[in-house]
Design a protein around this ligand. Sequence first.
Ligand code: AMP
Ligand code: GLY
Length: 424
Amino acid sequence: MKILIVGSGGREHAIAMSVKKSPRADKIYCAPGNAGIAQIAECVPIGAMEFDKLADFAKEKQIDLAIVGMDDPLVGGLTDVLESAGVRVFGPRKNAAILEGSKAFSKDLMKKYQIPTAAYENFDSAEAALAYLETASMPIVLKADGLALGKGVLICKTLEEAKAGVKTIMQDKQFGEAGNRLVIEEFMTGREVSVLSFVDGKTIKTMTSAQDHKRAQDGDQGLNTGGMGTFSPSPFYTKEVDEFCKKYIYQPTVDAMAAEGRPFKGIIFFGLMLTEKGPRVLEYNARFGDPEAQVVLPRMKNDIIDVMEACIDGKLDAIDLQFEENAAVCVVLASGGYPVSYEKGYPISGLDAFEGKEDYFCFHAGTKLSDGKIVTNGGRVLGITATGKDLKEARAKAYEAVKWVSFEKQYMRNDIGKAIDEAE
Ligand code: AMP
Ligand code: GLY
């Protein structure tokens, strides 16, 4: 089979590596890809938002399966464009990707179908939002409706902060059009767990759980980022939590989308908070998490192409999704200054150390080839991942492997997986 993967981050590298393992994959293309993906796939210089060019390329190369990894093209309708060109696509259509593309939509869906989530109100005008805040209790959470690179969520401790937040999102438009609508949500506390799942429109099969570290600095300080590291499985994702979520969250979400005439086929990422009152949905994403994919996919036993095709064909019920009994930890090496401002173009040394090592993975997030050398090309640069018999072993191995590589101004968190010790 000829496969086209759309995207350029660590998640797409992890997807490419899983696809590469399948005996069914004869040729893998990635658009646009990065220097790491280029080692296992042919990267083509077409951007993820260049829908017509992607469709032309897929037709010309007779692509058998296109896999869309990123949120922007999914929410923008790339799946629909490729399908119209006769290409088989793994990833939700535009009318289903709205589950991630509009927080107001997803909150209304959860309310209508009684899926547990934080109480909220949606607002189209700043005046109405400001008036509502006067009577609301603090802290409170403001969320820009649309996609905002994971940065459109503000947690406000005081009324003043919340009013300033409404201005930032709705009037100053710091997140652009994403801030045309605003969700104001009850503040919740608890541990956060990410659960990824395969969905075929009616059946859902969840993958092993994971936990992300969204803040830039140790001790969950600093700004929100795309994710500074992950581990899988989460020791807090117990059998009871799983049973609750299966009954009240996972299948109800899939059924709700189908009932709305928006059957979801692809990946649903459930961002959950384990509150005192039970699990609640924080957010939905319509794709693999990044860097959740980097710790979940290396543990998956199935042939990923079989599972993706079953999703497209509505035959997921026949798949027995299986994961290794081990654990994985991913530590992100970022450019100093991320997520605000950072420099690019520094050569990366030591990458060869990963060759031939089965339980170590160096996923490239922001790299490119320049004059034959691999250089930094983004805020998140590498996702250094290791598997081990348990979380502690995987964590020790991941932190050992970060020492193998280096580039100027590299930055990482030193406490990825700290929660592992708290679970004891
Ligand atoms: P989201 O993009 O909706 O997942 O929000 C980003 C982050 O903001 C989450 O990972 C949480 O840490 C935090 N967050 C979002 N919603 C809430 C909430 N209702 N209460 C407390 N924290 C929240
Ligand atoms: N790691 C969180 C996300 O992919 O949105």
